[in-house]
Design a protein. Structure first.
Length: 371
C-alpha cells in the first residue's frame, strides 16, 4: 500500500519510438482517458519524451522521462528498474514483456499469442522465446489484461493462467467525424493523384494476406477502374504476395501503390477518400483497421477469423480469408451496390460497443483494488 497521497504508474511507451502498431494505439487510447484521473501520477517513458508530450499533452499529473538504452534487454534489465526505484513507482504497465527485476506491482497487457496457434507466420526462435517471456511476464503481474475474448481464451488455454480482464481497443473520435466525401476525394487527388481506389491498411506480414487483395484486383480486372492502395510499414516480407506481384505486367503494377510511414492525419484522409476498404487478415489478437474504416463509413469487408469473429455486426460483409471466391464476391458487392446506409448503422454500433473510457475504467478499478 502506497503511503503517498497519489498512486504512481510507470508506462512503458517504447512503441512510440517506431511506426504505428496496435500496441501504440492501445496505450494512446487507454492513457488519454486514464490521465484524466487526478489521483494518479503518471510516468510515461520512451526514447523521445518530447514526442510523447506532443501526443499526450501537458498535464500536472504526467511526467515524461527518457530511456538511456535503445536495446530492449538493457531497457528491461537496467533502465526500467532504476526509473521505478528512483521515482518510487507503485505500478508499472508493460505490453507483453515485463522487467524481470521487480520493484513494484505489475500490469501486463498480452494482446495475443498468435505465434502459438499460427507458428507458420512466425520464426521458430520467436515462438520459443515469446512463449516463455509472455508466460513469465503474466505470472509476475498482479493485473493481467488482454484486448478480446478470443485472445483471453487462447492465453488462458496456453498459459494455464486465469484472472484476465478484457480492455478492448476502441476507435478515436476523429474516425467518427462527419466529412464531405467529394471534398476529401478532391484533396486526395491533389496530394496523391489518386481518384478511385481500394485501400488495405495493415503492416506487411504473411498473415496479413495482402496477396488475396492483389488476386481479386487481377481476377476482377479492377485495375481498369481503380487503383489498389496498401498503407502500412514492413514487419516481415510476404513472399506469396511478391510472387503474384512480380508476375504482373507493368500496366497493372502501375495501378498498385504502397505507402509507408504515414501519420494518422494522412491515414485518415486516405481512408475517407477510398471507395472500399478490405481486411483479409488470417490471424489477429483484435483487428482495429476494419473498425476504423467502418467508423469512417467507408464500405468495408472483413475476415471472419480469430478475434475478428467478435465483430458480428459485419454480418453480410464478413468473408472467409481462405476462400478467394468469397472475398471476390464481397468486394464486388461493396464496389457495385449502394451500401453506405449499412455502414452508417454499423458505425453507430461500433461507437456504442468500443470505448476507450470503458477500457480505462476497467483498468482504473483494478488499480484501486490492488493499491
Amino acid at each position: 500500500m502506497s503511503i503517498k497521497n497519489t498512486t504512481s504508474i510507470f508506462v512503458d511507451c517504447h512503441v512510440f519510438d517506431s511506426g504505428f502498431q496496435g500496441t501504440r494505439t492501445y496505450i494512446k487510447g487507454l492513457y488519454f482517458e486514464l490521465i484524466k484521473k487526478s489521483d494518479i501520477q503518471f510516468f510515461l517513458v520512451s526514447s523521445n519524451p518530447d514526442h510523447l508530450a506532443s501526443i499526450f499533452g501537458n498535464h500536472s499529473n504526467v511526467t515524461y522521462l527518457k530511456y538511456r538504452y535503445q536495446n530492449k534487454f538493457l531497457r528491461l534489465l537496467i533502465d526500467i528498474p532504476q526509473i521505478i526505484k528512483r521515482n518510487k513507482i507503485d505500478f508499472a504497465h508493460f505490453q507483453y514483456t515485463v522487467s524481470p527485476i521487480k520493484r513494484c506491482k505489475y500490469i501486463v497487457t498480452t494482446h495475443d499469442v498468435l505465434f502459438i496457434d499460427f507458428p507458420e507466420y512466425f520464426t521458430f526462435f520467436s515462438k520459443i522465446v515469446n512463449t516463455f517471456l509472455y508466460k513469465q511476464s503474466a505470472k509476475f503481474s498482479e493485473i493481467r489484461l488482454t484486448v478480446s475474448e478470443y485472445s483471453k481464451q487462447k492465453i488462458q488455454q496456453h498459459f494455464a493462467l486465469s484472472n484476465y480482464l478484457i480492455t478492448p481497443n476502441a476507435i478515436y473520435d476523429a474516425f467518427f467525424q462527419e466529412y464531405d466525401k467529394e471534398q476529401i476525394k478532391a484533396e486526395v487527388i491533389e496530394k496523391f493523384s489518386l481518384k478511385n481506389y481500394i485501400i488495405y491498411v495493415s503492416r506487411w506480414e504473411p498473415r496479413k494476406n495482402q496477396q488475396m487483395v492483389l488476386k481479386a484486383f487481377i481476377d476482377l480486372k479492377l485495375y481498369k477502374k481503380y487503383k489498389l492502395l496498401f498503407l502500412g510499414n514492413d514487419t516481415l516480407s510476404n513472399q506469396r504476395y511478391d510472387e503474384v506481384f512480380n508476375a504482373l505486367n507493368s500496366e497493372i503494377k502501375n495501378e498498385i501503390i504502397t505507402l509507408k510511414n504515414t501519420d494518422l492525419r494522412t491515414m485518415l484522409l486516405l481512408l475517407r477518400g477510398a471507395d472500399a476498404s478490405v481486411y483479409p487478415s488470417l490471424a489477429e489478437g483484435f483487428g482495429i483497421p476494419p473498425l476504423e474504416s467502418v467508423a469512417a463509413k467507408v464500405p468495408t469487408i472483413c475476415s471472419n477469423k480469430t478475434a475478428m469473429s467478435d465483430f458480428t455486426f459485419f454480418e453480410d460483409y464478413y468473408f472467409d480469408p481462405y476462400n478467394q471466391d468469397d472475398f471476390n464476391q464481397k468486394l464486388q458487392k461493396i464496389l457495385t451496390q449502394n451500401v453506405v446506409s449499412d455502414f452508417e448503422i454499423m458505425s453507430q454500433k461500433i461507437k456504442e460497443k468500443y470505448s476507450w473510457q470503458k477500457s480505462a475504467d476497467i483498468l482504473y478499478q483494478q488499480i484501486k483494488k490492488h493499491e
